[in-house]
Design a protein around this ligand. Structure first.
Ligand SMILES: Cc1ncc(COP(=O)(O)O)c(C=O)c1O
Length: 477
């Protein structure tokens, strides 16, 4: 062995990535102070910022640092130069897309994960956090009335949870489905299912889009028709993905009827509850989502309606065997792992994975089930209030929200084309965005352009909603 270690640098000269304990404490307190100040003043801050790379690079770009700089200065850089340009998705008047509101409890969980850095990929690597992950997965199953013995895993988000569900189904059916398998997703189903199918090796035509009814719920008759047609053409129907709250409008598919059909036809019943699934912990949501508890696999997104920081989704799979068959990995370097316990590396695509459970655990443990039920109910109440207030303006047409997404649009003027009418929706969205007081988004529902106002944030109060609606009405044309 050559000795190429060079002259030893003194331990004093070499700058450690961990400063001394006193400095760590001081900087840690400063970081928390700045985060708390940011959160505490959110409602007075602009919601959205738009700009070009060139514009933002003028704020944040710099040459590769050759030498060290103080952590204090890095912190100041972030708060002074990065934060001002950020769109604040946790702002109480961020009503666009599907918000990721996060919470201080959730952020504390993330800080614990980052600060103590457990390895959640294997039992040997992080037994207590893996135990905690199993516990919290069981809590979630219990809250939703799902099988508490189901297997699960915290993923990076809903897209990855959908992939996990599809991979488990593929493992059950075997390679044949890659050639002949059909996957049914409603026209309102999320694009992550197309991505998941492509990543897993299905050709694009494997994903069949099923028609929806006038409330944007899956049309069961069309689903049956497509399954029959596929069987006649010697295809292999095997997977139906249904929505517990679509992204566009929060539509909940007829889950019980789809579950019956899947049972009869021996198909895998997947429920994508990334947006709406957690609403099923409330009595109102549970009533809407009856049948979800029969899913073979279920996607949830704690970083949405469980108020966790971005980066945590959840997949539950009724039969552990299919999940583990889809993802089990072997390698000589893994031979010391215990095979008697759950190794999460065998339940998802990652080996090294963070303790995502900690933010979910922190939120559920600190709020309790009832606290979360109350909060989700409040979000749904505020969405109904927003719909009511917007509906009082005769220039707008407003749909009744199914969960917490209000869809609305300018009424058509006489002899106005749909594209002219749609342009007024877009202008309204753009104007509110520039105004900075709130953020909306637009979509297309059926063949109509639509504005969306989503309530999913424990910081959103009735006063905030009234303020946002007043502002919107100022810009209605
Ligand atoms: C219904 C639905 N499924 C899947 C996803 C994807 O989830 P994620 O953004 O966490 O990957 C979303 C995101 O909004 C969604 O609304």
């Amino acid at each position: 062995m050559s000795s190429d270690t060079g002259p030893a640098r003194s331990e004093v000269d070499r700058r450690s990535l961990d400063p001394d304990a006193e400095t760590m404490r001081r900087l840690g307190y400063e970081l928390v102070d700045r985060v708390v100040e940011h959160l505490h003043t959110l409602s007075d801050q602009r919601v959205a910022r738009r700009g070009t790379h060139e514009g933002f690079a003028a704020q944040v770009d710099e040459p590769l640092p050759e030498g060290p700089s103080d952590l204090e200065e890095c912190l100041a850089f972030f708060f002074d130069r990065v934060v001002p340009g950020m769109t604040r998705v946790n702002h109480p008047r961020f009503h666009a897309y599907i918000p990721c509101p996060s919470s201080f409890a959730g952020a504390m969980g993330e800080m614990l994960a980052a600060g103590t850095n457990p390895f959640a990929g294997s039992w040997l690597g992080g037994a207590t956090v893996c135990s905690l992950e199993l516990t919290v997965l069981r809590w979630i199953a219990e809250m939703l009335g799902y099988d508490p013995l189901a297997a699960g895993i915290f993923t990076s988000g809903g897209s990855m949870a959908n992939l996990v569900g599809l991979a488990a189904a593929r493992a059950k059916w075997g390679r044949e489905v890659l050639e002949r398998g059909s996957i049914y997703v409603s026209r309102e189903g999320h694009a992550s299912l197309d991505k998941a199918a492509a990543i897993l090796g299905f050709p694009p035509e494997a994903v069949r889009r099923v028609a929806v009814n006038d409330r944007f719920r899956m049309d069961l008759a069309d689903l049956e028709r497509q399954i029959e047609a596929d069987r006649s053409a010697r295809r292999l129907p095997f997977f139906v993905s249904s929505n517990a709250g679509t992204t566009n409008s929060g539509a909940v598919d007829p889950l019980s009827a789809i579950a019956d059909l899947c049972q009869k036809q021996e198909l895998w019943f997947h429920v994508d509850g990334a947006y709406g699934g957690f609403a099923a912990i409330t009595p109102q949501g549970r009533a809407r989502m009856g049948g979800m508890e029969r899913a073979d696999s279920l996607t949830l997104d704690p970083h949405k309606w469980l108020y966790c920081p971005m980066g945590v989704g959840c997949a539950l799979v009724r039969h552990p065997e299919w999940l583990e068959r889809a993802f089990s990995a072997e390698g000589s370097y893994l031979k010391d792992l215990s095979t008697d316990e759950v190794n999460f590396l065998n339940r998802g695509p990652e080996l090294s994975r963070p303790a995502r459970v900690l933010s979910v655990w922190m939120v559920i443990r600190s709020a309790g089930q009832q606290g979360l039920v109350d909060q989700i109910e409040e979000d749904m109440r505020l969405a109904r209030l927003a719909a009511e207030l917007l509906g009082e303006d005769s220039r707008l047409e407003v749909d009744e929200p199914e969960l917490s997404i209000v869809t609305f649009r300018h009424c058509a003027r006489r002899e106005e084309s749909e594209s002219e009418r749609a342009a007024r929706d877009t202008t309204l969205m753009e104007t509110t965005l520039e105004d900075g007081q709130l953020m909306l988004s637009t979509t297309v529902l059926g063949d109509q352009s639509t504005l969306r106002f989503v309530v999913m944030n424990h910081r959103t109060t009735e006063t905030q909603v009234r303020h946002a609606v007043d502002r919107i009405l100022e810009f209605v044309s």
